[in-house]
Design a protein. Structure first.
Length: 371
């Protein structure tokens, strides 16, 4: 018998997140062995009159493909997947692989080829801009281990997070969304961090379950050359299979001029992927009340209550500073007291301290008011 929480999640994804309409084609892409949610999604898309399409990926096979990748092969691979994506009106991406480091030993030049020729045009350009889409993780023993929980406890946590009342959260976001749209100067202060930039005229976007599950953020983007100062991230991040830690960036006129981490050579090579990789494409505040600690999974970590992320690479079209890159890397700084605290100022007014919003109109986004 299927866990009713799975059926509820599938209904939320098809009905709320992607809002499947009769006659729409929806690609359901599964990375990993999970099948019950996949089958439930096929049912829910069909129930709403849509046409479900399924792609199943095994990351161990993808690793082997990438290790032997050549430009002509990757270009052909990208061409047929791009053609398929252009035929879709909706996309649901589920990631449940057992090993987050599966691609860690793929040569750097092969990963750079994949990012620029395959991943960028299909997902950042076609899917993000031209489909109704949502991306989520699915719980397994590997994720439970990363979060420091038993598998059963992690599954309970997962469904609390993913079946949250996102419509309630959406309404609570309105004051922050309005404030970010009229803000010019932003300053972020914390241990090892003193960073200033402008978001004037860029706009803001609410994220309340329509694109990511779990969700819980409002994002904008710095004016490309306005970023100055230093930021010290306190959350590990896995990118292309490698776990980066203790990341620090120093900026001058928008550009990352100094970068350090547990592998300085590797992180600088990643930032040299193209010109845009050393500029910022997103600034966001996270506030999911059930996500409190990092687990090396971006879709969860970027929504941590009391966090922010400051993202090297590609800017989103709906909050666009013109930055273009094959990279979009959400790096997270948690500002709750147990992670060192910190403050965020909008136009010299304190709006959040030690992870809690202090302005009365924003306090609906604090954890006790969202659960």
């Amino acid at each position: 018998m299927r866990d009713p929480r799975i059926q509820q999640l599938a209904a939320n994804l098809a009905g709320y997140s992607v809002d499947v309409q009769p006659g729409e084609h929806v690609l359901i892409e599964m990375i990993g062995p999970e099948r019950e949610l996949l089958k439930a999604l096929v049912e829910e898309v069909a129930k709403r009159g849509g046409y479900p399409h399924v792609e199943i990926e095994d990351r161990t096979v993808t690793r082997e493909l990438l290790r032997h990748a050549e430009p002509e092969m990757v270009e052909t691979w990208a061409a047929y997947e791009l053609d398929r994506m252009k035929r879709m009106q909706g996309y649901i991406g589920i990631r449940s692989g057992e090993n987050v480091n599966e691609l860690s030993d793929v040569p750097k030049d092969k990963m750079a080829l994949y990012d620029s020729v395959h991943r960028h045009p299909i997902h950042l350009e076609q899917r993000v801009k031209h489909t109704k889409w949502v991306v989520l993780r699915y719980p397994n023993a590997s994720m439970a281990q990363l979060s420091g929980r038993s598998t059963e406890a992690f599954e309970d946590f997962y469904f609390d997070v993913c079946n949250l009342d996102y419509a309630k959260m959406d309404k609570a976001m309105d004051p922050l969304h309005a404030l970010m749209k009229r803000t010019d100067k932003v300053r972020i202060v914390g241990p090892g961090t003193d960073l200033s930039f402008s978001i004037k005229g860029i706009g803001a976007k609410k994220c309340s379950g329509a694109r990511n599950i779990p969700d819980g953020e409002v994002y904008s983007c710095p004016i490309r050359d306005s970023v100055n100062g230093t930021i010290a991230y306190n959350t590990p991040s896995v990118y292309n299979g490698f776990a980066y830690e203790n990341i620090t960036f120093s900026f001058e006129n928008g550009k990352i001029v100094k970068a350090s981490a547990n592998d300085g050579e590797r992180i600088n090579a990643l930032l040299d992927t193209d010109e845009g990789a050393r500029y910022i494409g997103e600034f966001s505040l996270g506030f999911n009340p059930y996500i409190l600690h990092p687990m090396k999974d971006t879709l969860f970590d970027e929504k941590i209550a009391g966090s922010l992320h400051f993202t090297p690479g590609q800017a989103y079209e709906d909050c666009d500073n013109g930055n273009r890159s094959a990279i979009h890397w959400d790096l997270v700084l948690i500002q709750r007291p147990e992670y060192g605290g910190g403050e965020i100022y909008f136009d010299d007014v304190l709006i959040r301290k030690d992870g809690l919003f202090v302005l009365p109109e924003l306090q609906g986004l604090n954890p006790d008011n969202l659960k």
